[in-house]
Design a protein around this ligand. Sequence first.
Ligand code: ATP
Length: 459
Amino acid sequence: MPDKMQNIIALCKRRGFVFASSEIYGGFSAVYDLGPYGVELVNNIKKEWWKAMVQEREDIVGLDSAIFMHPRIWEASGHVGGFADPLTECKKCNSRLRVDHLLEDIEIFADEKMTEDEINKLFDTHKGKIKCPTCGKNDWTKVKKFNLLVKANLGNFADDWSKAPVYLRGETCQGIYVNYLNVLDSCRVQIPFGIAQIGKAFRNEITARQFIFRTREFEQMEMQYFCSPNQEMIEYEKLRQNRWQYYLNLGISEKNLKWHKHENLVFYAKEAYDIEYNFPFGFKELEGIHARSDYDLSQHSKFSGVALDYTDPKTKEKYIPHIIESSVGVGRALLAVLTEAYNEEQMEGGETRIVLKFPAKLAPIKVAIFPLLANKPELVEKARSIFNELKKDFQTEFDDSGNIGKRYRRQDEVGTPYCITVDFDTLQDDTVTLRDRDTMKQERIKISEIKNILIEKLK
Ligand code: ATP
């Protein structure tokens, strides 16, 4: 794994951003917990997404659908029959790996729709060149398709479906599709309109590598936009531009973003692009933006028996709405933001400073307050009184442990844009030092002006 990735993983643990799940029990593969700074950062990422998708849009509304759903939904969506990844096992070390990923590594691209036979043929042609990434040997089992849906042991006593397995949802958008009619009937929306949702999804991922990039439990931020057949591609182009802009607004540099056009489309799709981010292990999918035609609502109409067509109030045209979607994993957005923000800087004395240069709006802590010395009650008291005021408006941290240099380093490592120090001058003239994370410059400001200055700087 590249050094930068190792450094980010170590920082995430050391500073309470991300912990491996169930660590004291030896861990639980491909599941992660967010620590105190991680949850603040993720909440800010989600807040920015919601702002761009819902708050600033008249034509998009929010939703929070349940994780458990009627089992037939997953038949209608095609997940029960087709949501499967091709799996092979190394006969020497028993590592289980995704065949499409192994092929991708040697620039051979498998098609998602391939049957087990087809993918076996393709793998047989190329497997001689593929070494096991764990043990380096070259001896593979036959490819098997492995379904990604996670079954839940939920008793379903009420209806005929009691024998069908209930699943933890594999994607959040199905909850949007099955609420399309409810939203249409209860809110003042007209096509074109969108429904946005943030929530957990679960997949039996075969290989779980690359930290929080691919996990078995993850959160998705998805927006499904319902439009008429002839608007679909126009709205799709708008959505693509809009989503690209979102990442620039998160402080991600354009050179680290790339479009990837899908060449092998599923039969119903009109067009599909991914936005890829330059993660420490290379450009990989961050978000999918797909034009899905009328497939989703047609399927749900067929399986539920409920008509889901729409009549345009002006033209009286009747059609099943077409859908364009934007779907991004919160964990991948988090990893992109961490990768972008992570900096190591050489200091004058030869020391290395690790600093997370988040845009202020994403920073978990906006400002930290220090008394210069912990053993001077007048300083501590003054610093506390400033802390107590600022915490009403900003995510604020009080710290009086260790020397000031150490406290600055700690805040740099969690990406706090500003630190305020209360010193002996403060007691004379009611001023404090305000230190900037990126320039490390300090300025003297009046206590009475702190709040307004911070509001301005944190914009
Ligand atoms: P991949 O090809 O990487 O497995 P996918 O094409 O199956 O992803 P989608 O089903 O389109 O992904 O899901 C939409 C988004 O959800 C992805 O762009 C990604 O950001 C996120 N996502 C999907 N699977 C995972 C996972 N196992 N862990 C974290 N995020 C995920």
